[in-house]
Write a protein that binds this ligand. Structure first.
Ligand code: NAD
Length: 434
């Protein structure tokens, strides 16, 4: 795609938006129903595509790529009218007589740039919000998941109006970013996030950056370590650890580390068998570059389970590492793969200090029975989301905002938060002339 192609695509959508066709709620509902039909009628196509890209098994893909988006659509269809209702705003006595209200109006043409790890969900879930708020959108799926990208490009336009799919890599994304959009929604890493934000600044375009980072899991004595291990392993090893909100590492308080490691080893074996390489439900690493990056981290501790890797297969075994130094390479950047280091810390104070000395994470998890510890974690740390007693599941709750803070991103979406994200929240004051 050249710059002039990008200009033409955006121009066409802008004309459509200016025609006013996207504003009625009936148009928005029709598009959401279209997305719903896309997901049911083309489910097999998408399941095959995400398998080809990531060896993501059908059960996991149905849940994370399809059902999650369908729930988001259903929740939005159910609540859209009330979310769009103008909100009355009381005026101060000095401005009366008169009335005030807050209305949500669509921004215009949105650009949605997706990543490869949940290549369908992370394109469609923002699109639900963009369309429900009455916008047109250009979507750019990730080139690193080419099968899903091609399936989106082939089928999405048959089911919705006001959306164009542009496939491609850096040149295509760069051509798009030169255009003036009314909002840009980017999911991916912070380096590209900065490129997106710099490009958006030229047009004063607002951005939502859904980034990543190291999401810690704090485990306190007294927590049921068998249950904790199961929930951590589910969050960590789904999609072979390539989940933005996967627990990145564990801070094991007061000697819980060794016992937790044992439970994790048992859990991993229960989930994927003795040799996860032969399991139908265990995924693969997206690219050789990411494989090489991850393989180099396997020696940063003692593997209580896993540790094996196969470059030809882009296979990294689900691995739990103990005896990891906070200075080890595995503790520097987001792991984004199936390696779970356990770091021993003496007490809650040390765990909180460990978290607060680092970038604000996208998610923070804590496994504890203590209300006092929960209170301290909630009030003394900052993270995109905070979950007690589980991992990664908060993104499936459409009433909860999903997004990061600081290095883990800016802006939030899901449910009503998506409507606000893709709308201008406008003040209207009406004062009688006489
Ligand atoms: P990626 O490499 O697929 O990049 C994302 C998008 O950026 C792609 O569409 C790609 O074409 C585009 N891009 C890449 N380089 C570019 C450049 N130089 N200029 C313009 N566009 C460019 O995805 P990724 O970044 O490898 O994804 C992994 C990261 O995403 C992790 O950090 C993860 O935590 C984060 N992530 C966050 C969320 C979230 O919801 N917060 C979800 C998934 C992934």
């Amino acid at each position: 795609m050249t710059s002039s192609d990008a200009t033409a695509v955006v121009g066409e959508l802008r004309d459509l938006f200016r025609s006013g066709v996207t504003k009625p709620v009936s148009w928005r509902r029709k598009q959401l129903m279209g997305l719903r039909s896309l997901l049911s009628e083309q489910a097999d196509v998408f399941l095959k595509a995400v398998y080809a890209d990531l060896r993501k098994n059908a059960v996991e893909a149905k849940r994370a790529e399809i059902a999650l988006v369908r729930n988001e659509i259903d929740h939005t269809l159910e609540n859209l009218d009330s979310w769009l209702d103008p909100e009355p705003a009381e005026l101060p006595r000095t401005l009366r007589p008169g009335s005030g209200r807050v209305v949500r109006e669509p921004l215009g043409v949105a650009l949605i740039i997706g990543p490869w790890n949940y290549p369908l969900q992370l394109v469609l879930a923002p699109l639900v919000g963009a369309l429900a708020a009455g916008n047109c959108a250009v979507v750019k799926p990730s080139e690193l998941s080419p099968n899903t990208s091609a399936a989106i490009a082939e089928h999405l336009p048959d089911y919705v109006e006001g959306v164009r799919v542009v496939e491609g890599a850096i040149p295509e994304t760069t051509a798009l970013l030169e255009q003036k959009f009314d909002t840009i929604f980017y999911t991916g890493n912070g380096t590209v996030g900065r490129i997106v934000m710099a490009a958006a600044a030229k047009h004063l375009t607002p951005v939502t950056l859904e980034l990543g980072g190291k999401s810690p899991a704090i485990v306190e004595p007294g927590a049921d370590l068998a249950v904790t291990a199961q929930r951590l392993a589910y969050g960590k090893f789904a999609n072979a650890g390539q989940t933005c909100v996967a627990p990145d590492y564990v801070l094991a308080i007061g000697g819980t580390g060794p016992k937790l490691a044992e439970h994790l080893a048992e859990t991993v074996e229960g989930m994927f068998g003795e040799d996860p390489a032969t399991s139908d439900t265990y995924g693969r690493i997206i690219s050789t570059r990411h494989y090489d990056r991850l393989a180099a981290l396997l020696d940063d501790g003692t593997a209580v389970v896993g540790g094996k890797a196969d470059r030809d297969e882009k296979y990294i075994a689900p691995t739990v590492l103990t005896g990891v130094s906070p200075d080890a390479p595995v503790m520097q950047d987001e792991i984004f793969g199936p390696i779970l280091p356990i770091i021993d810390v003496p007490d809650v104070d040390a765990a909180l200090a460990f978290v607060n000395e680092r970038d604000k994470p996208l998610a923070l998890y804590a496994f504890t029975e203590s209300d006092e510890t929960k209170r301290r974690i909630e009030t003394e740390t900052s993270s995109g989301g905070l979950v007690f007693g589980a991992a990664i599941i908060h993104l499936a709750a459409p009433e909860l905002p999903f997004g990061g803070v600081g290095e883990s991103g800016m802006g939030r979406y899901h449910g009503r938060y998506s409507i606000d994200n893709f709308s201008h929240v406008k003040a209207v004051l009406d004062k009688p002339l006489a």
